[in-house]
Design a protein around this ligand. Structure first.
Ligand code: 8X3
Length: 828
């Protein structure tokens, strides 16, 4: 790292570390930094308690209503699992052993657990260690019980042969083929936000009282009341008791530790912790600290309940915590520094729970221990005013000052966002760790209204997952969705339904040999048929997933925290909940790869006639070896991301065709199945099954990510990328959803006050174009290269991936190279 270069704050911090200097913030934030020191950088370990206690409980409840079985399993966990209070922590409670840990959900894909534990320690992407004794318990007790009962096994059986052929390697234990990829067997619902407000305001005792009242109102002679509603109520009551019991076990432990503690300061802290845990989450929180502890217990216990893909999010923390903050500040019970310390303690606790995906596909989708526990700030109040308050600024400041990849932070932006807010958001982005990601109210809110939401609910959405938006109390659970590799559809168009990776096997449609296409329209039509075929199979998958989900999963805690479920006495996993809005998705992966390939064929083959399609095919078969001149021609054809109508028009057609498909068929599934461009890290494994493509991309390398340009293809600056994104959207279709957009900037181009102002103006342009999402890497290219060469010096280097930030050195070389290959913008 050269000293003359302009560095981001993150790069400066790392340089200090390399030079053995102390971080200047260290003294001020001693506690949180100390807590962090013990956990950062360790390889996570599998904790088996959740899997084990669920298994033991499920063995004793067979035949009972599923929701009740789930609640009883949670109660059994609450009674038996070890409880922990970390030294020096203020926000206490964890659901696994000390350090970084992941937990098991054998009901999902426990059928592969036995093999997975052998591979997990050495896996390239997001590896986990396992204690040999625990491995024995897994193979002897947990895995055998679930064999034949998992969601994964039922889904395999339910798919039609053609759908299965695009989904699984049937000769290799049904591992993913990375073509039409189901994600339902590695999470039981996608991202989610609870109504934390009800817990803070009423406590679980309040929810329990509401349920007791409903129990008394049931018709004792009604078969529906007695067989459907009563088990629901019993389950919610059981789960309220379970979480309270679990919190009380922490209170007791805190009391015991306090009694033994010699350090008077810590003794007083432990006594206070005990008091807090006797109060929350059973009763309403009385102050800011209790509110944070109550929320923490709730989100932790919710993770014990089930594996929500991209995990349970934190919701609008600057909104629901504000009344507690304001009250404490007005009464001088707390200072802003105390508030920041409480938050930082929570972030450290959060950073130790690592979302464990046991399948190889799950691991490959979630490189760098992906995590999406989004904390949302800003946006609008439920009556449409600007929602920014003092807590918003404390949360942004905490992100700038406490160098950690948790929590994921999302800032909502709208047309009346103040200049101070936009400037603080820009300053936080300039820090360089990738926070916050931005979500645009001007795009999201009209779409939520178009789905039937009231203004009040739509204004109050929270960011969840990479870029999704949830309305607590209005959204209903969403089935995990298909990730679709459309670059594979393009390859099948060239090879008449085949892919080089799979040899003679006909996987797609026979749409014609390369030499038979006489003009671009014919070729494009053939591609669109392959695209439609993939969509068909993705929707068949989704249909089966929705049908099977309610038989395999229940969510008594999630339902307790959802007004519609409490009102209708329906579990969140049931497909239709009266008054609910089910926002589901399917994923377009390889968008720019496909656009650029089609544009290259149109230009070079059919317009300029510099090569025949057969010659392009031959060059592709040889991975362009010996065809460099042709490859350069293809590379230099029009590309998405340059505000070039030629390429963008193709992109708009791809988008429109996919939207038309879902407009016609999602009704049959009974949910909103919207088009999304959100890749996780799937563009890397997806690229590994796709041979060379006509845009000049080499075989088996990553596809383009999200709605970003192909790696290095955007040559005219980030504003051109925004304009291409805008030009490829079909704003008349309300079936559109998140488009993830990555932009990489050099620290020099946003340097100083003028740099902040430029970044603010860029954000305003993005907002006014009504794009959905954007996130930034502000970093020098040579820092990334140095980190790849000398990982030991750069363990703390964070980069933005796909809706989350991760440690660069914990990524596979392929993903590292992908990030390096993205265009580095030197000006905005
Ligand atoms: C990222 C992806 O599928 O969990 O937000 O919604 S998903």
């Amino acid at each position: 790292m050269s000293k003359e270069k302009v560095l981001s704050a993150q790069e400066k911090r790392i340089l200090f570390e390399i030079n053995g200097e102390k971080n200047t913030l260290y003294n001020k934030k001693n506690r949180a930094f100390d807590l962090l020191k013990h956990v950062q950088g360790e390889k996570p370990v599998i904790d088996i308690e959740r899997g084990l206690y669920f298994t033991r409980s499920f063995k004793t409840t067979e035949g009972q209503p599923l929701i009740l079985r789930w609640a009883k399993a949670l109660k059994y966990y609450a009674e038996h699992a070890k409880v922990y209070i970390d030294d020096n922590q203020l926000i206490i409670g964890r659901i696994g052993r000390p350090g970084r840990y992941g937990i098991l959900y054998p009901e999902l894909d426990g059928d592969i657990l036995g093999d997975a534990i052998k591979q997990l320690p050495e896996r390239e992407t997001s590896p986990f260690n396992i204690d040999p004794n625990d491995a024995k318990i897994i193979s002897e007790e947990i895995a055998p019980y679930w064999k034949g009962k998992t969601f994964h096994e039922d889904l395999i059986k339910a798919l039609t042969p053609k759908t299965a052929a695009l989904t699984y390697n049937q000769d290799k234990d049904f591992t993913s083929r990375f073509i039409v990829n189901e994600t339902a067997s590695f999470r039981s619902s996608i991202q989610w936000v609870h109504d934390y407000k009800i817990v803070l305001q009423k406590g679980f005792s309040g929810i329990r009282r509401e349920m007791e009242k409903k129990l008394n109102e049931l018709d004792e002679f009604s078969p529906v009341d007695q067989t459907e509603k009563k088990p629901f109520i019993d389950a919610v009551i059981t789960v309220c008791d379970a979480i309270v019991l679990w919190a009380h076990r922490h209170a007791k432990l805190a009391g015991q530790l306090a009694a033994k503690e010699y350090n008077t300061v810590r003794k007083a802290e432990l006594e206070k912790i005990a008091k807090i845990c006797w109060q929350v989450p059973e009763y309403p929180a009385r102050n800011f600290r209790e509110a944070v502890q109550s929320q923490w217990f709730t989100q932790m216990f919710s993770r014990v309940e089930q594996k929500t893909g991209t995990v349970i999010s934190n919701g609008r923390m600057d909104q629901y915590l504000y009344p507690f903050y304001k009250n404490d500040i007005e009464k001088s019970l707390i200072t802003d520094d105390d508030v920041q310390e409480i938050f930082d303690c929570m972030w450290v606790a959060m950073s130790q729970y690592i979302d464990l995906y046991i399948s190889s596909a799950g691991g490959a989708f979630n490189e760098g221990y992906a995590h999406w526990e989004a904390v949302t700030v800003g946006g609008q109040t439920s009556d449409g005013n600007d929602a920014v308050n003092d807590l918003t600024y404390i949360l942004l400041k905490s992100k700038r000052e406490f160098p950690l990849n948790y929590p994921d932070l999302a800032a909502r932006i709208h047309t009346r966002s103040s200049q101070r807010y936009l400037a603080e958001v820009a300053e936080t982005i300039k820090e360089g760790s990738g926070f916050p990601k931005l979500i645009n109210d001007e795009e999201v809110i009209p779409l939520l209204l178009s789905k039937g939401a009231d203004f009040e609910d739509a204004y109050d959405y929270s960011v969840s997952g990479c870029a999704e938006c949830r309305m607590p109390n209005r959204d209903t659970y969403t089935s995990p969705n298909a990730y679709i590799n459309f670059a594979a559809a393009l390859e099948m168009t060239i090879y008449n339904g085949h892919m080089l990776k799979y040899g003679d096997e006909l996987i797609g449609l026979k749409t014609g040999d390369a030499e038979t296409f006489t003009d671009f329209d014919e070729f494009f039509a053939a591609y669109l048929r392959q695209q439609k075929n993939f969509l068909k199979h993705a929707f068949i998958q989704q249909h089966e997933i929705i049908r099977l989900r309610a038989k395999h999963f229940a969510s008594p805690l999630g339902s307790a925290l959802h007004k519609l479920c409490r009102d209708t006495l329906t579990d969140l996993h049931q497909p239709h909940i009266k008054g609910g809005i089910d926002l589901g998705y399917f994923e377009f992966i390889g968008y720019a790869t496909v656009i650029d390939s089609l544009a290259a064929i149109k230009k070079i083959v059919f317009e300029e006639k510099k090569a025949t399609l057969n010659q392009v095919k031959k060059a592709m078969q040889h991975n362009f070896t010996g065809y460099e001149l042709l490859r350069q021609r293809l590379v230099n054809a029009p590309k998405y991301g340059n505000n070039d109508h030629y390429a963008d028009e193709i992109g708009r057609t791809l988008d429109r065709e996919a939207l038309l498909f879902t407009r016609q068929y999602s009704k049959e599934l009974g949910i909103n199945l919207d088009l999304r461009y959100v890749p996780f890290t799937s563009h890397v494994p997806f690229g590994k099954v796709v041979s060379a493509t006509p845009n000049g991309r080499l075989a088996w390398t990553p596809l383009s990510d999200g709605s970003s340009a192909s790696q290095g293809a955007d040559l005219y600056g980030p504003t051109a990328v925004l304009l291409s994104n805008f030009a490829t959207k079909n704003y008349q279709y309300h079936e559109r959803a998140a488009r993830l957009l990555n932009v990489k900037l050099s620290p020099a181009c946003v340097q100083g006050e003028s740099g902040t102002q430029k970044l603010v103006q860029f954000i305003e342009a993005w907002r006014d174009l009504k794009l959905w999402h954007i996130q930034f890497n502000v970093i020098n290219q040579d820092t990334l290269i140095a980190a790849q060469r000398n990982p030991e010096n750069y363990r703390n280097l964070l980069v933005r991936i796909a809706g989350y930030s991760a440690y660069f050195t914990e990524l596979s070389v392929d993903l590292q190279n992908d990030i390096i290959a993205r265009t580095q913008n030197e000006a905005i």
